[in-house]
Write a protein that binds this ligand. Structure first.
Ligand code: ZN
Length: 786
């Protein structure tokens, strides 16, 4: 799944109450007691119930004994007329041999929510030759756990069986489960769609099922819908036939073995565009009527990304087609349903002639993110929701790598540091943060970890591993992982194992401190007693970095295995062939000699901060920024680290201001984005803490005259015909800063008003006011409105 943009993720809203949920009896099963002839409830303390040592007893899960193999599901719906739907389900299951004579299986438990199962329709039939039918005795519904237990009057025989039932459900209105949504069509008339959003646990609102990621099965779906509507699902349609009274039945090919949360369908009136990838997969963009041309850019990205991933993972895309649907109403940014990825319109569609670069970058990364999941997540799936980070953290890394390959001119890894890594370090600097790997007891809790820790810190940790291993070993470990675990489920340890096997390096020992504890360290570097030239030995310390600078007893116990990664003008300064790790709370370290300046965490590869305690080290770094010797990633890292350290009180604010002054000649748009976040952050703090204070006014004037005005003069307002995406992006950021720091400047205001007027008269003509200048121009005009 792709989160919504910054901070707007609905997963953040419920807060971090994950651990408050109580523990409920899990893994129930029913057994027959010969003594009484009645059914006895057996809890997990009973020795008859096998506890899976991997999953542990604390999770609230369905019994592990009877498992689904294949779902045959027929749904009848008419979203234009009715908010209810009918379902007919036949599930092939495997019943294990009872462990001993006194134990037999009398019941099947599945997840269901808001579904009414017709009691008389429930039949269990043995598929082991006898063809015997078993009748239902009772349905027990546990609404809290969202579990229905179908209890039969005689024990179910071991081997293959078929559970059949009919039920009714409702199309929801809350964009979860199978839901109904309305939008205006091209003629202005309301049009209706029905579609699904299941991750994490809403498949159970469409069908009774084993709604856990490890209960993979084949799905065979048929839909009965009004004749004039179209239906799509994970797989292509295999047949269509009239089904009486203005209805038709659309039947889809069987899916591969997959998890319930990846099942998907959509019913409505769609327009589409399509293209076949080099490897022969048909890729379509589906939209509400009249919108499909907006999908050209995303379609091009998808075609190229799908071919790239097939080669990268050494496993071809496993399905015969890929549909990408732009949904008028969608709760997340996008969802990686296998073969039918659903997006919010804004994350898939754009007007190619007016779209700003930032929006194109967003669409490309969202598409690349979802398509990475077709392998990582869908083909190989996390075993349980506490491994969510594995899914999302990896996709967060992979989206960036793929976009870097497809659009090298964007320098997207530089942007990664300003956006993803910065977001991770910001949330993870709170005492209330959580480890990447967080225990999830009830699946209902998982929505709370769809956050910047799972996505952005997860991705930052994966980036650190890729730097450890280098691109070739990193990729071959992943290819091994895909082949070894295809169509099954894994945990973090399985991935570490593949990288350990290809590299011979102790990945899991190194990574544990990053995945299993909350937060990240600050590395304090001091050159006391040694000369900077040649560096000699430096004092190093590490401690938990907290945004508020608070310290509590026991904090000092937390330590990380920090890769030092020294670098300077000539690039990374390798001391040995393997990255050096700093593991203790303090120590001395002999730095490589001969460089005029030294930066640790070179390339900003690892998610930690560095505090240069000596003024000498700091001024050498500022000089390297000013002279342009330091690369963009490190300029961004140094700036954001300094800002966070100043906020926390461990670096004087004056140091940040003097560092900012070194960026006068800055050319990289990604560094401009970092600069913008720092100066706007300081400006807002000043306005909040000391409104109207003289120092705040001096700061504003200094930024305006020292940084913004020279840049605006250099880069201008008007796009050149042949300019690159990055030049355009840089202009958009600089004009954004001008709208704040030069908001009363007559020349700036005049330019903004002229462009605003031109746009008012001809909104379709993009030259006067391109999309990526609109926000800034509107701000200027409104702030000065009479
Ligand atoms: Zn995702």
């Amino acid at each position: 799944r792709r989160r919504l943009n910054r901070g707007s993720c609905r997963a953040l809203a419920p807060g971090l109450s994950i651990l408050l949920c109580s523990w409920f009896a899990c893994q129930i099963s029913w057994r027959h007691s010969h003594d009484t002839g009645s059914l006895a409830f057996v809890d997990q303390e009973d020795h008859q119930i096998r506890l899976d040592p991997v999953t542990g007893p604390e999770r609230e899960q369905l019994p592990k004994d009877i498992v689904p193999v294949r779902y045959d599901l027929e749904l009848e719906l008419n979203p234009e007329r009715s908010s209810s739907f009918q379902g007919r389900l036949a599930v092939s299951v495997q019943v294990p041999l009872a462990a001993h004579d006194a134990v037999a299986f009398y019941a099947i438990s599945l997840n269901a929510r808001n579904l009414s199962i017709a009691k008389e329709s429930v039949i269990f039939r043995s598929l082991e030759g006898s063809d015997e039918e078993f009748l239902l005795q009772e349905i027990i519904e546990d609404r809290h756990r969202e579990v229905v237990t179908l209890k039969f009057s005689t024990p179910l025989p071991a081997g293959k069986g078929l559970l059949s039932l009919s039920y009714a459900g409702r199309l929801s209105a809350d964009m979860a489960g199978l839901y109904r949504s309305e939008h205006k069509g091209p003629t202005g008339k309301v049009e209706v769609m029905a579609m699904t959003q299941f991750e994490a646990i809403d498949a159970r609102r469409m069908l009774p099922c084993w709604d856990e990621p490890s209960k993979k099965a084949i799905f065979s779906l048929a839909l009965i819908i009004p004749e004039h509507l179209t239906a799509v699902s994970n797989m292509p349609a295999s047949s269509e036939a009239a089904a009486g009274k203005g209805k038709r039945q659309v039947r889809f090919l069987d899916t591969p073995k997959m998890s319930t949360y990846l099942l998907a369908l959509a019913v409505g009136q769609f327009d589409s565009i399509q293209q076949v990838s080099q490897s022969g997969t048909l890729i379509r963009v589906l939209t509400a009527r009249g919108q499909s041309e907006g999908g050209r850019f995303a379609l091009d990205v998808a075609v190229r990304a799908l071919d790239f991933y097939g080669q990268y993972f050494e496993v071809p895309y496993p399905l015969p087609k890929l549909d990408m649907l732009a949904a008028p109403d969608f709760a997340a940014g996008a969802m990686e349903n296998w073969g039918l990825v659903i997006y919010r319109e804004v994350d898939l569609l754009c007007n190619a002639t007016t779209v700003g670069v930032a929006r194109k970058m967003r669409i490309a990364t969202v598409v690349a993110h979802e398509l990475a999941h077709m392998w990582f997540g869908n083909l190989v799936t996390m075993e349980w929701w506490d491994q969510l980070w594995l899914n999302e953290g990896f996709a967060n890394w992979m989206q960036t790598h793929a976009v870097d390959v497809l659009f090298p001119e964007w320098d997207i890894w530089d942007q990664y540091i300003v956006q993803e890594q910065a977001r991770a370090l910001s949330l993870d600097a709170l005492r209330s943060s959580h480890p990447i790997e967080v225990p999830i007891r009830r699946a209902q809790e998982v929505d709370e970890v769809f956050d910047a820790i799972s996505y952005s810190k997860g991705g930052s940790v994966v980036r650190m591993i890729s730097a450890f291993l280098g691109p070739d070993l990193f990729r071959s470990g992943l290819a091994l992982y895909m082949k070894r675990h295809a169509y099954s489920n894994t945990g973090t340890a399985d991935l570490w194992k593949c990288w350990e096997e290809v590299s011979g390096r102790p990945i899991s020992a190194i990574m544990d401190s990053w995945t299993s504890q909350t937060g990240f360290p600050v590395l304090v570097v001091d050159s006391t007693g040694s000369s900077l030239r040649g560096f000699g030995s430096l004092d190093l310390k590490q401690h938990w970095f907290l945004a508020d600078g608070s310290v509590e007893a026991g904090d000092e116990q937390k330590l990380w295995q920090i890769p030092l990664l020294p670098g300077s003008t000539s690039g990374a300064l390798a001391v040995s062939s393997q990255p050096e790790l700093f593991q203790s709370s303090q120590g001395r370290w002999t730095a490589p000699s001969g460089a005029a300046w030294l930066k640790l965490n070179f390339g900003q590869v690892a998610p930690y901060r560095v505090l240069y305690a000596s003024a000498e080290l700091r001024s050498a770094l500022v000089a390297a920024v000013r002279s342009g010797e330091m690369g963009a990633k490190d300029r961004i890292g140094l700036l954001l680290d300094s800002m966070a350290l100043a906020r926390q009180g461990s670096l004087p604010s004056s140091e940040v201001v003097s560092l900012i002054s070194a960026f006068r000649g800055e050319v990289s748009p990604h560094v401009w984005e970092a600069l913008s976040s720092v100066v706007v952050g300081l400006h807002r703090s000043a306005a909040f803490l000391s409104p109207g204070a003289a120092w705040a006014q001096r700061f504003e004037t200094a930024v305006a005259e020292m940084l913004v005005r020279p840049a605006l003069t250099r880069f201008g307002w008007a796009a050149r015909v042949d300019e690159s995406d990055m030049e355009r992006q840089r202009r958009s950021l600089v004009v954004g800063l001008a709208s704040r720091f030069l908001r009363h400047d007559p020349a700036v205001l005049g330019e903004a008003r002229a462009r605003f007027e031109a746009w008012l008269h001809a909104p379709e003509a993009a030259e006067a006011l391109p999309d990526d200048l609109k926000g800034s121009v509107f701000r200027l005009v409104l702030a000065n409105a009479k």
